[in-house]
Design a protein around this ligand. Structure first.
Ligand code: HEM
Length: 381
């Protein structure tokens, strides 16, 4: 996340707040993508199969609408090719992170051998593909920019960059914009699609939980009813389920790398200036101090004695904490809620007969992704 520095972070947050937090344009975009995805899922009804590849384009479309006012068809081969490339990079992430975790390794290995070990070509190809796509999209935006009528993140950035052109402290530039879009993509795409994957795996593994969700959704939001944000407060079990998905999966298990600006004394330890500090968010989620029987999947832990959803004051940190907290939190929460309710309105998920899902994770640094290519059975309700 090299580009989301302090001032750009403020700009990005403001933008995501304006476009992402429940504003009608983005809610409609999310609803549209969720419905399109359900259509694709229906086509594999009754057949044990992994979740469709269309999941990635559906999530990309939400980001891409917000950033560039564009969408792709869910079977678009360019986007599916992009996802496959990301998968290769993800599979090589352990090796790639060597350079961050043990930077001196570069001093003892010749560059060509080091690049071969970390499979740098996959990473470079992904990075070049993304940069050239973002650059051409920015060029298109520049041609038709209407300063009085900004449509999306790129328009807003270009207008602000123009306002700041005589400010010597401004860090805004086209290159920085390309980097910012890259950061939003890398931070926002896989986190969201992997969480949807976890949602489906937990629904299939815990049928009693899915039954309760179906009952609540059938009552408050029956099939054919269009979701609005007002429905949310009437769906406490659904909210509780999503919180339990965040806790149980602990997808972003380690937060971003932070640095101490000065020596800090914390919990009896002295952390020197300029040390790397990585918050281990996942460990908090499994700490019995905050959650009873943490190894059990129990959405009920987030329901209070009045039957209402209640977020704990401490212990649940899926989006991190403090100044570098996730800038996409509101968008992600809204998007996941809509995808989940739209799927549950129309579909039932189960494991193939006599099979169970492996709920352990693929080991890559920082993330706890599900083992994605496992079969599930979708039934139309
Ligand atoms: C389920 C979905 C998501 C989860 C669990 C998640 C979680 C996180 C976490 C834990 C951090 C690090 C915070 C820290 O170290 O304190 C982070 C950072 C970040 N996230 Fe997310 N995120 C999600 C979705 C998104 C989305 C949809 C976007 C963009 C639209 C996004 C953009 C970012 C950015 C730009 C940062 C870096 C912020 C900075 O460095 O200041 N995230 N996220």
């Amino acid at each position: 996340m090299d580009h989301i520095g302090n001032s750009i972070r403020r700009f990005t947050l403001r933008h995501l707040r304006d476009l992402g937090m429940g504003k009608s344009k983005i809610v409609s975009a999310v609803l549209y993508e969720a419905k399109e995805l359900v259509k694709v899922m229906k086509k594999q009804a009754g057949v044990p199969a992994p979740l469709p590849e269309a999941l990635t384009p559906a999530v990309i479309n939400v980001l891409w609408q917000m950033i560039a006012s564009k969408r792709y068809e869910l079977d678009d081969q360019e986007v599916i090719g992009f996802e496959r490339l990301m998968e290769k990079v993800r599979n090589g992430a352990v090796r790639l992170s060597m350079q961050d975790i043990i930077p001196w390794i570069k001093n003892i290995l010749p560059e060509t051998i080091f690049n071969y070990i970390i499979k740098k070509h996959n990473y470079s190809k992904l990075s070049d593909t993304m940069k050239s796509k973002f650059q051409s999209t920015i060029d298109e935006h520049l041609k038709i920019l209407d300063k009085n009528n900004p449509r999306d993140f790129i328009d807003d950035y270009l207008i602000e960059m123009d306002k700041q052109k005589n400010n010597p402290d401004s860090t805004m530039s086209i290159e920085d914009l390309v980097g910012c879009i890259g950061d939003l993509f890398t931070a926002g795409l896989e986190t969201t699609s992997m969480t949807i994957n976890w949602i489906v795996f937990y629904l299939a593994t815990f049928p009693h939980v899915q039954k309760k969700l179906h009952e609540e959704i059938d009552e408050v939001l029956p099939k054919g009813t269009v979701f609005t944000l007002e429905h949310k407060s009437r769906l406490p079990y659904t909210e509780a389920f999503l919180s339990e998905v965040f806790r149980y999966s602990s997808l972003v298990s380690l937060g971003a790398i932070h640095t101490t600006r000065r020596e800090v004394n914390f919990a009896g330890y002295t952390i020197p200036k300029d040390a790397f500090v990585i918050p281990f968010l996942g460990s908090v989620h499994y700490n019995p101090k905050y959650f009873d029987s943490p190894q059990e999947f129990q959405p009920e832990r987030f329901i209070n004695s009045d039957g209402k959803f209640e977020t704990p004051k401490e212990g649940l940190l899926p989006f991190g904490v403090g100044k570098r907290k996730c800038v996409g939190e509101s968008l992600a929460r809204m998007e996941l809620f809509i995808f989940m309710t739209t799927m549950l309105q129309e579909l039932h998920f189960s494991t193939p007969p006599n099979k169970s899902l492996d709920l352990t994770t693929t080991d890559i640094p920082f993330l706890r992704p599900p083992k994605m290519n496992q079969n599930i059975v979708i039934t139309i309700r």
